[in-house]
Design a protein around this ligand. Structure first.
Ligand code: SF4
Length: 237
């Protein structure tokens, strides 16, 4: 039986994922990551990051667990210059060996967003060509991925599961349980550099046309797509 088929069969068994989630709810994130990376049901793993406000914590943990783990970074063409420079800095500081910067296809930008204003007319379509499709292509060589979402970030993330099977891949969300304070404490303890825009009032950082300072203190992602009903870019189901 192929590895992919084996994982599919395991994940189809709801008890398998339920047992794992129950186990991981009791473990700190670094132990969750180490445990998953050692399992045969978590093959060909990759980390997906935005190099955003709290990305350094996940990148530090995963690179300590597996120094050469590949990292996918989507450059939408609409990012803050600070984010691109922060990627370069973290690559150096953390010793990230395999950062893969990927972006939208020029043919799709020319067809759907020739003026670069699609984010105003249809943010859904803009995210689709600049993020969702890009990630789908970039994930092709991998069977498992790790992401940095947290439950505290907003209501729609409140019920995140730590391990799930999504679109034929295992997906690990090891920081799901952590609070903003946990992340700060970890960054301070490990002397990790923060994204420069955090100090300027941006606790969540994406593309510059769709990111502003927080509008609700209790919602870290309230500065994303302000004034619109959109709360997620669509790369997570
Ligand atoms: S966050 Fe905004 S600019 Fe970035 S891809 Fe989505 S709609 Fe486009």
């Amino acid at each position: 039986m192929s590895t992919k088929l084996h994982i599919h069969k395991l994940a189809e068994d709801g008890a398998f994922l339920a047992h794992l989630n129950a186990k991981y709810e009791k473990l700190p994130p670094a132990e969750i990551i180490a445990d998953a990376l050692a399992q045969e049901w978590f093959p060909r793993p990759v980390v997906v990051t935005s190099f955003g406000a709290e990305a350094v914590v996940l990148l530090h943990m995963t690179s300590r667990a597996k120094a050469d783990i590949p990292v996918i970074f989507i450059d939408t063409g609409k990012l803050f210059g600070e984010t691109l420079r922060y990627r370069d800095r973290l690559q150096h500081v953390l010793g990230l060996e395999d950062v893969r910067t990927v972006g939208p296809r020029l043919s799709e930008i020319e067809q759907y967003d020739p003026m670069g204003l699609l984010n105003q007319e249809s943010p859904e379509m803009c995210c689709n060509i600049r993020k969702t499709k890009v990630l789908a292509r970039a994930l092709t060589p991998f069977d498992s991925w790790i992401n940095g979402r947290k439950r505290f970030q907003n209501n729609s993330r409140g019920s995140l599961r730590i391990i799930e099977f999504e679109q034929e891949r295992m997906k690990l969300t090891p920081l799901a349980n952590w609070s903003a304070q946990d992340l700060k404490d970890y960054a301070i303890k490990n002397a990790l550099p923060l994204h420069p825009l955090v100090k300027q009032g941006y606790p969540s950082i994406g593309c510059f046309p769709c990111t502003s300072k927080v509008t609700h203190e209790d919602d870290a992602r309230s500065g994303r797509w302000p004034g619109k009903s959109k709360t997620e870019c669509g790369i997570h189901e």
